[in-house]
Structures are given as C-alpha cells and as structure tokens.
Design a protein around this ligand. Structure first.
Ligand SMILES: [Zn+2]
Length: 138
C-alpha cells in the first residue's frame, strides 16, 4: 500500500537521524511506503524497525510493508513545545494503533476523534520526508 504524499514547504525542524539500519525505512517513507521489521523466529512485527526482536531477542528480521492504516488511540495538542518546533505551535500529536497491531506515536494533522480510522501520510519536506496521521472515513 502506498501512502499519500503531501508536499510540505521548508525543512524538517528536527530531522531524524538515519543509520545504515534505518535507511530502508526512510527510503520507503520517501516513496510513500511505510514498513518495519518482523522477526523471522517469532513472526512478531515491531516498530520502530529494530535489528533485534524485542520479544525473543532473535537477530533475524525481515522488512515488511505495513498497511499505513489504523485507529487513533490517543492524542493531545502541544501548545508549549521545544524551541525547535516553535514555528509549528500549536500542533497535535497522537498514538495510532495500526491494523497490524503495532502502536506508534506520530503527528496528527487534523481533529480526528479517538478510535476513528486514520491513514499515515508522507510529509515531503524540502530536505526529506516525515510521516503523520490523518483521519479517513470508514
Ligand atoms: Zn522474535
């Protein structure tokens, strides 16, 4: 599944650090693909992607594509944030339960209510991608 890509002017306020291990994740986000790692031993996915399974400690993991869909579990509005995000204030952040059973933290772009369906979108900044959630009907 490919996530919608939203062209976003400017640079990311606090770009994520990319490592050799996380590069496949960020390369995927840049093209609208949201992925993570799944353990080859116990088959459980984890997020963020990890080189070692947090459930059984296996170091055999495989990259898998995620649906990019879930439900909003929780959210709050940040009115007083770190100085680096001052230009974004106020902004909403939340916790999304993905359809695959993973719980992730993310920016939330709209006023989606709790337990409503959301999709992840790519925010394509001038210097690279970030992701966020927004509500969908259904
Ligand atoms: Zn495992």
């Amino acid at each position: 599944m490919t996530q919608p890509i939203i062209t976003t002017e400017g640079k990311r306020a606090y770009p994520p650090r990319m490592s050799d291990f996380t590069k496949p994740f960020w390369d995927g986000v840049a093209t609208g693909s949201f992925r993570t790692t799944r353990c080859d031993a116990c088959q459980r996915p984890s997020f963020p992607p990890k080189p070692i399974c947090p459930h059984c400690w296996s170091d055999q993991v495989t990259w898998i594509d995620l649906s990019g869909r879930g439900r909003l579990y929780s959210a709050t509005v940040v009115h007083a944030g770190p100085a680096v995000f001052a230009q974004d204030l106020p902004y909403r952040v939340g916790i999304v339960d993905l359809d695959e059973g993973l719980r992730i933290a993310t920016r939330v772009l709209d006023e989606t209510r709790f337990d409503q369906a959301v999709e992840l979108v790519v925010l394509a900044y001038d210097d690279g991608p970030l992701y966020a959630a927004r509500g969908i009907s259904g």
